[in-house]
Design a protein around this ligand. Sequence first.
Ligand code: SF4
Length: 154
Amino acid sequence: MRSARRWATRQARLLEAVFDLVDPILRALHPIWRGIGYKRLERPAAAIEALFKKPLFDCQMCGRCQIGASGMTCPMNCPKSMRNGPCGGVRPDGNCEIEPAMPCVWVEAWQGSQRMRGSERISALQPAADHSLIGTSSWLRHIREGREAAERNA
Ligand code: SF4
């Protein structure tokens, strides 16, 4: 799993490009998703999301994905679930203080973010993990909330 995670971080630019391609298509399909019902779609969407993201990012299905702002590195793999940068206990070799054999998630997040066009996104303040969302589809939430915000501002 860790080698897949490292691959994803190294390919952050490519994965960002794939996301940029797919995201508008999924958003444009919002009327269909709304017609079916976001609630009804929740379980199958979460299952499909987990199928892709668990092997690739070691995704923990936190329900509000942040990898676009953390160099395609999942912050939920940090033993302290830090979502806004490292804890301050990073070892001199860049590894985690809790798991000495593991590179700090945020060291890798920084490296991945520097490969991305949106490299500045890593500086944006992220909300703490919301445990009530665990196991739900962040893809669906992202589409629904994005479209609802666009409709409110129209
Ligand atoms: S930030 Fe959340 S949804 Fe995104 S890969 Fe990590 S656990 Fe999964």
